[in-house]
Ligand binder design. Structure first.
Ligand code: COA
Length: 133
């Protein structure tokens, strides 16, 4: 695979609304109606994925391989969350992103997220092979 080199420093910011399905109570990761940690991480992953996709050809995509994030403050159902991701490092097929989430100018989460560049068809056919074994 020819590995495209992505521009270090590329940044993206996205807004997400906390719905019932994003709450810890709904997902069972807690029993209160606040933004769940897995949902905050999904917002972060999605924002980082969007950055990588801007620079990859159609046949390549990225999969999440590591998350190291701190959830610092709660956010209620209905809150608008601003999530930013910034590409800070590339080691061949591994991309490292700095990720942050804010609610009303307060930092509610931050950390690092790694993604791996894969050929979409090869990645899926490997799983199909395993399934049929
Ligand atoms: C990421 C993942 C595909 C890596 O699997 P793998 O079997 O190690 O990867 P592959 O065999 O496809 O690729 C490894 C190759 O990449 C190379 N490589 C490139 N950059 C690399 C890097 N930074 N670190 C490690 N290996 C790297 C290796 O040298 C190796 O090359 P080789 O095959 O010539 O020896 C696997 O860990 C995985 O599927 N994780 C789950 C991801 C997922 O499901 N996420 C949720 C959905 S988004």
């Amino acid at each position: 695979m020819d590995i495209p080199m992505l521009p270090i420093g590329s940044e993206l910011s996205r807004k997400y609304i906390v719905t019932s399905e994003h709450t810890a109570k709904f997902l069972g990761s807690g029993d209160v109606e606040v933004l769940s940690t897995p949902s905050m991480i999904a917002f972060m992953e999605n924002t980082a994925r969007e950055i990588s996709q801007m620079y990859l050809p159609e046949n390549l995509t990225t999969v999440g391989i590591k998350v190291d994030v701190r959830h610092l403050n709660p956010a209620p159902k209905g809150a608008e969350i601003t999530v930013s991701a910034k590409l800070i490092q590339q080691d061949r097929r591994k991309l490292v992103f700095e990720v942050k989430a804010f609610w009303k100018d307060e930092l509610i989460g931050e950390g690092l997220h790694e993604r791996f560049i894969v050929d979409r068809d090869k990645f899926l056919s490997k799983i199909k092979d395993k399934l049929s074994r």
